[in-house]
Design a protein around this ligand. Structure first.
Ligand SMILES: [Zn+2]
Length: 407
């Protein structure tokens, strides 16, 4: 990709924020700063300057005229399970026949099904599958990404997943963050011995992860039927000792203390939140933990949507992510997620835009380099056609509007 260039005749340059803005919350989320008829100058892969076309500087850099198209910061997808063995379309059919996600898990499907398939799969095949998904997501405008382990659930298979994520990090031109989710579910052989599996995570997995620098964050599925609060705390405390900050799966299946556990451990984010009362909202208000909502999984599982409107009205920041995974959200198209967040979580189009960009960046610790247009930030943008208004973008649901991606 080009390193030095000027993009000219940008119809609308969206998502301009002061560089020190790390996230937007409450009412702030309803505004998008934009310039009409603008230029942007990029040097060494970073934004050097931008402004109105009248003041476009004369330089030797290559000029790229985009003739009125729009430009926005790349999406940041802060929650995916992009490394997996294969699709789970059989379970999809079971659900169409009337079975619930929990029924399917009880019958050995769900996460344990993914884990079994992944344990048997060669690392190179796993890598190639994930690479294809990552490249597709990039072409749609996802220009920073988190990927979790959690379909291994044995020492070897969890490490295999994390090594695949590390290869993706090394080989793709976008920033990828790796999250260790060994505590995704209890393997069948530990069903009656939870402590045995927690000990395996703490004593066998975490030390190798620390030594080989295989993860940036730790995640635990803290929910009904998975890890309880006490079990979650044990894993988080051990992970914090090797420098891994938490990003928690919480409150998907009930009011089970996931939010409080996340905040008490100073988690960077707590994700899902389909079940959220005023107690959790107040707890989040006094924290640095980003609430992340995942409308794709609510849509696919036909479960309640997280109360995004209520959260923003209460003054919280909200981030939206895809939750791309083979069981509950087999999609990574954040344009569709944008539409879902508006239609079902109650966000306005501008709020959902900020949720997918600057707040997504915060949920990955990337606000200083990603998520908005600011001098010094990484030059990673989405070029779209022009629209009558930003409100038109999520209206055209289920299509990618990325005409070109820049990174
Ligand atoms: Zn997830």
């Amino acid at each position: 990709m080009l390193k030095n260039y000027i993009i000219t005749n940008i119809g609308q340059l969206m998502g301009i924020l002061p560089k020190e803005t790390l996230l937007l919350k409450g009412e702030e989320m309803g505004h998008i700063n934009a310039l009409h008829n603008a230029f942007m100058e990029v040097e060494d892969g970073q934004i050097k300057s931008f402004g109105l076309m009248e003041v476009c500087p004369e330089t030797d850099a290559q000029i790229i005229n985009i003739h009125g198209d729009w430009l926005m910061p790349g999406f940041v997808d802060s929650h995916t399970h992009m490394v997996f063995a294969s699709s789970r379309h059989n379970e999809y059919v079971m659900r169409l026949q009337g079975k619930t996600y929990e029924d399917i898990a009880d019958e050995g499907g769900g996460i344990l099904n993914s884990a079994k398939k992944l344990q048997d799969l060669d690392e190179d095949v796993l890598y190639k599958n994930a690479l294809k998904h990552a490249e597709e997501a990039m072409s749609e405008g996802t220009l920073a990404l988190e990927i979790k382990s959690g379909y291994g659930l044995t020492v070897d298979a969890e490490l295999k997943m994390l090594r695949v994520i590390k290869r993706l990090k090394n080989n793709l031109p976008i920033v990828i963050k790796s999250t260790f989710l060994g505590a995704h579910a209890f393997p069948a052989e530990y069903k009656a011995n939870h402590q045995g599996y927690i000990d395996l995570i703490i004593n066998e997995m975490l030390p190798v992860i620390a030594k080989e620098e295989l993860a940036d964050y730790i995640d635990v599925f803290c929910d009904k039927g998975f890890f309880n609060v006490e079990e979650t705390n044990q894993v988080l405390v051990a992970a914090a000792a090797i420098g891994l900050r938490a990003k928690i799966h919480g409150n998907e299946l009930g009011l089970t203390g996931g939010v409080q556990t996340a905040v008490d451990n100073n988690a960077l984010s707590v994700d899902h939140l389909e079940h959220l009362s005023d107690v959790e909202i107040n707890y989040l208000l006094n924290s640095e933990t980003m609430p992340v909502i995942l409308p794709g999984s609510s849509f696919f599982l036909k479960i309640p949507y997280a109360p995004g409107r209520k959260m923003i009205d209460a003054g919280l920041p909200v981030c939206v992510a895809s939750d791309f995974n083979p069981g509950s959200s087999p999609h990574h198209n954040l344009w569709f997620t944008w539409s879902l967040a508006c239609l079902y979580n109650g966000l306005m189009p501008a709020e959902a835009f900020n949720a997918l960009t600057i707040n997504g960046a915060y949920a990955l610790g990337l606000s200083e380099s990603h998520g908005s247009i600011a001098i010094g930030k990484k030059a990673c943008f989405i070029q779209t056609r022009s629209f009558e208004s930003i409100n038109e973008i999520p209206y055209w649901f289920a299509q990618s509007h990325a005409k070109k991606v820049w990174y």
